[in-house]
Design a protein around this ligand. Structure first.
Ligand SMILES: Nc1ncnc2c1ncn2[C@@H]1O[C@H](COP(=O)(O)OP(=O)(O)OP(=O)(O)O)[C@@H](O)[C@H]1O
Length: 483
């Protein structure tokens, strides 16, 4: 593999690579959850539920892992419309795990779960039972609603208890290396009680030889492959990774992956190396009409779940503000905000790697212990910084769009656009890093140019939200901090 290929990293697109910041001073239990109980749970996406994970009749090993993760109920936000696939639940054959152990009560429970969820129109409740049946799925749901658990649980559920050594049956791809790493960890979390299942992650910026060694030994060859398309395609092309046994093909952040020609070419090449008969699932918070058509070219009669009313993409626990200021005022303002705001963790988005490095340096000079993540940093160091931030060892992270999508850091409750993103879609993903799974959060976007104002206007129009100006006397932290 050439060095160039190894360096391909689609994760941060620079908008204005040369400019640097001006120097300034800154730098329920399964049964019996009551409405009262719900208040103690992670976010508002848990409420009073009729369906629990147990009703999907998942393998015991998965149910135990789900309980260990602290998930009590499938997320149920009635925000989406959906087009059921041909195999509607009414005609569906119960999955083998249901029929195998079928007793009338189980069957009834399973049917009711599926029937109930198809009426409700909510993410995990609708999607998990359908995905377990092996149906193709194209799913749009707002940020932080738990899309990852849908494909992780559905694919693990369908996996043989003793998977064949040396053969990959599940392939999941996404657009950044850190997200791939995060998804691999999610598989490990849910496969905790499935000791024979091996998961591997593959992305650029790491020695390819290590990947080759892992794939050339039956005992280390993963059954589940997670990765970014550049490295996966290189491994497939050079015949180190064979996908002839693949049963599930998943794209997370699929719009991003199919929008960019280079990434799309890789995805297509990999797709061609997979068997015709397989389950295809794709997920994103943003799926415009054009990209839906492209996604469906990879699928057969998918279950389609869309948020057609874009105002429903707004995160209700998230307070969103903007601040008008000059470019040269940004550092001082940021300094003031970091001093005055209460936060658990904060993510600050900038538009280029150079600005990311500079701002991080400036913040540290001003005694704000920040970290920086962008594509100019070595891969090992990038993952180290991701882990530290995820594990709450660092509290302030300056990032390019590398962390703009998919990244799930539970304690982020403030997201700041130091540089406004160039598109409303990117804005939605970025601010969605705070206020995940229905928790509270705050976002503040610096608006310093006519272009920024145009983006702000497009955000307000598209998502039908009014973004007020950040109040001069600040805001009460109780309104954006969960207890
Ligand atoms: N049923 C559940 N109960 C409790 N927590 C959940 C549940 N489902 C998911 N979560 C948690 O919610 C958080 C957000 O999930 P996830 O990262 O999958 O969101 P997402 O929909 O992929 O968001 P994005 O579009 O931003 O990538 C994670 O911390 C996950 O562990």
């Amino acid at each position: 593999m050439s060095h160039e290929e190894d360096l391909i990293d689609y994760s941060d697109e620079e908008i204005q690579p040369t400019e640097v910041p001006a120097n300034g001073s800154a730098a329920a239990t399964q049964a019996g959850l009551t409405a009262g109980d719900a208040g103690d749970k992670k976010g508002s996406y848990v409420g009073i539920h009729s369906t629990g994970f147990r009703d999907f009749l998942l393998k015991d090993e998965l149910v135990r892992a789900i309980t260990d993760c602290g998930f009590e109920h499938p997320s149920e936000v009635p925000s989406a419309t959906y087009e059921p696939c041909r195999k509607l639940y009414l005609h569906a054959v119960a999955p083998s795990h249901v029929s195998r152990s079928l007793v009338a009560e189980d069957w009834f429970r399973w049917r009711s779960a599926v029937a109930g969820c198809t009426r409700g129109g909510s993410l995990q409740q609708v999607t998990i039972p359908q995905a377990i049946l092996g149906n193709d799925v194209l799913c749009q749901a707002k940020s932080g609603l738990g899309k990852t658990a849908v494909f992780v649980l559905a694919t693990l559920q369908q996996m043989d208890e003793k998977p064949e050594p040396g053969a990959a049956t599940i392939l999941v791809m996404c657009h950044t290396r850190e997200l791939a790493y995060q998804i691999r960890n999610e598989y490990n979390r849910f496969a905790k009680f499935l000791p024979d299942v091996r998961v591997g992650v593959f992305y650029g910026g790491t020695p390819v030889q290590k990947d080759v060694e892992m794939l050339s030994n039956k005992d280390t060859h993963p059954h589940i492959i997670v990765g970014t398309p550049g490295r996966i395609n290189a491994l497939v092309r050079d015949r180190h990774l064979r996908l002839a046994n693949l049963k599930h093909f998943v794209l997370d952040e699929c719009d991003k992956m199919l929008d960019q020609p280079d990434m799309r070419n890789d995805v297509q090449a990999i797709f061609r190396a997979t068997p015709q008969h397989k389950q295809v699932m794709m997920f994103s918070a943003t799926l415009n009409k054009e990209v839906r058509v492209v996604c469906k070219k990879f699928m057969q009669a998918p279950l389609e779940i869309y948020v057609d009313d874009e105002k429903k993409l707004t995160l209700h626990g998230l307070q969103q503000y903007y601040m008008k200021l000059d470019e040269k005022e940004k550092n001082r303002k940021l300094n003031d905000l970091l001093d005055s705001l209460e936060f658990n963790q904060v993510i600050i988005f900038v538009r280029s790697t150079v600005r990311c490095t500079e701002l991080d340096k400036l913040l540290r000079e001003c005694n704000f212990p920040s970290t920086a993540v962008h594509s100019g940093i070595g891969q090992e160091e990038r993952i180290k910084r991701y882990k530290e931030f995820k594990e709450f060892q660092t509290r302030i992270c300056v990032s390019t769009d590398i962390f703009g999508r998919g990244i799930d850091v539970e304690r982020i409750n403030v997201a700041i656009n130091y540089d406004m993103p160039d598109k409303a879609d990117s804005y939605l993903h970025r601010v969605g890093r705070a206020g995940r799974f229905g928790t509270k959060g705050l976002s503040i976007s610096f608006v310093s140019s006519p272009d920024d104002e145009a983006v702000l206007k497009s955000i307000e129009e598209r998502f039908q939200v009014e973004l007020p100006e950040f109040p001069e006397d600040g805001i009460n932290s109780a309104t954006y901090m969960d207890n």
